[in-house]
Ligand binder design. Structure first.
Ligand SMILES: Cc1cc2nc3c(=O)[nH]c(=O)nc-3n(C[C@H](O)[C@H](O)[C@H](O)COP(=O)(O)O)c2cc1C
Length: 339
């Protein structure tokens, strides 16, 4: 199945391998791509993968993680990305843009701008150790509406100005803002964005609706944090049963494909990446919920051989296989996968 084509909306993938989104750190100060960034993405276009997801792009100035993060809140920033997406259009390989609002996990040292504000669902710290966290304040309902609208505007720019021929992905995992809303650990709001699961997930549903209204038939994906804890650990916070429900709702709303990763447990940093496919149980549960509506699911994390990839596909754990870190080390990593 690994080499079978699959249609996602109006886009045909020539195989089931997806290059996972990974921040590259080589951007100009204004967030435009450098020659080095363009070269890295060109190598992904030539990697043999059927689909490439670009690293996260900020949808709002306060949603950045660093000064120089690539962004989509201005038209000129979107147009500057055409040089990066051109090799994909030339080769007919789809590239997806990933839309994000960082929230408190933004790096305080790197965002010391006078009018920058750190905002989160409830002004609470995010349970991750690796980043210096600033104090934050809770968003107002009006500001939530502004952020939802900024995802939609950014999605329009991605598709209509920047040339992302694979559509967009809403980043709802890894402890960033939407992921913070999903988890009761970071969302203690008492308005319609907090409390019940449906309320905690409201921001992602509203974002999907707003984005869809601006991108027409372009593919729309969500990268969903499946649980706050890694598989095998006792669950607390956002649970797999909850995220499976969210996945079913998203599938019914017309999301075209889902990617499965961690919520506050991030992407399994430190988990054994030696071909253990550590998110398999999460992917299987999300796929069970989404496949009823014909929505394909990508599993990413510690998948290292075509044999494991094929087993995951055959056993219906997922429909797509994400590959990340090996490509950072070796751009030709997929060359012996016979794609
Ligand atoms: C340096 C680095 C940057 C990453 N940046 C992003 C990102 O911008 N968006 C995202 O969804 N995941 C990001 N990830 C997570 C990867 O997409 C992927 O889920 C993770 O590396 C696990 O897959 P792997 O075992 O094949 O590497 C990043 C991972 C790494 C190592």
């Amino acid at each position: 199945m690994l080499t079978e084509t699959i249609d996602i909306k109006n886009v045909t993938l020539k195989n089931r391998v997806v290059v996972a989104p990974m921040m590259t750190d080589f951007w100009n100060k204004d967030g435009s791509p450098t020659e080095r960034t363009i070269e890295i993405y060109r190598s992904y276009a030539e990697s043999g993968a059927g689909l490439v997801v670009m690293e996260q792009l900020a949808v709002h100035p306060w949603g950045r993680l660093t000064f120089d993060q690539p962004r989509l809140y201005r038209d000129d920033s979107a147009l500057a990305l055409r040089a990066l997406t051109q090799p994909f259009r030339d080769r007919g390989v789809p590239i997806v843009t990933q839309l994000n609002f960082g929230g408190r996990v933004s790096d305080k040292e790197l965002l010391d701008e006078p009018d920058f504000e750190f905002v989160t669902p409830s002004g609470l710290p995010v349970p991750r150790k690796s980043t210096v966290q600033a104090d934050s304040r809770a968003l107002t309902a009006d500001e939530i509406a502004e952020i939802v609208a900024s995802f939609a505007d950014a999605a329009h720019r991605a598709v209509d100005l920047a040339g992302f021929n694979g559509g967009v992905q809403i980043y709802a995992s890894h402890g960033y803002l939407i992921s913070q809303f999903l988890s009761p650990v970071t969302n203690t709001r008492t308005d319609r964005y907090g409390g019940s699961l449906a309320n905690r997930a409201r921001i992602v549903f509203e974002t999907v609706e707003a984005v869809r209204a601006r991108i027409g038939d372009a593919p729309l994906s969500v990268r969903l944090g499946a649980s706050d804890r890694m598989p095998g650990e006792p669950e607390n916070g956002l649970t797999l049963a909850e995220s499976a429900w969210i996945a079913g709702e998203l599938a019914q709303m017309g999301v075209d494909w889902l990617s499965v990763s961690g919520n506050h447990c991030i992407y399994g940093i430190g988990a054994d990446d030696n071909d253990t496919a550590y998110f398999e149980p999460y992917s299987r549960a999300i796929r069970d919920a989404a496949s009823k509506y014909g929505v394909p699911v990508d599993c990413t994390g510690g998948i290292r051989t075509p044999g494991t990839a094929e087993r995951l596909l055959q056993s219906q754990a997922c429909d797509l296989i994400g590959i990340g870190r090996p490509l950072l080390k070796d751009k030709a990593y997929l060359s012996n996968w016979n794609l």
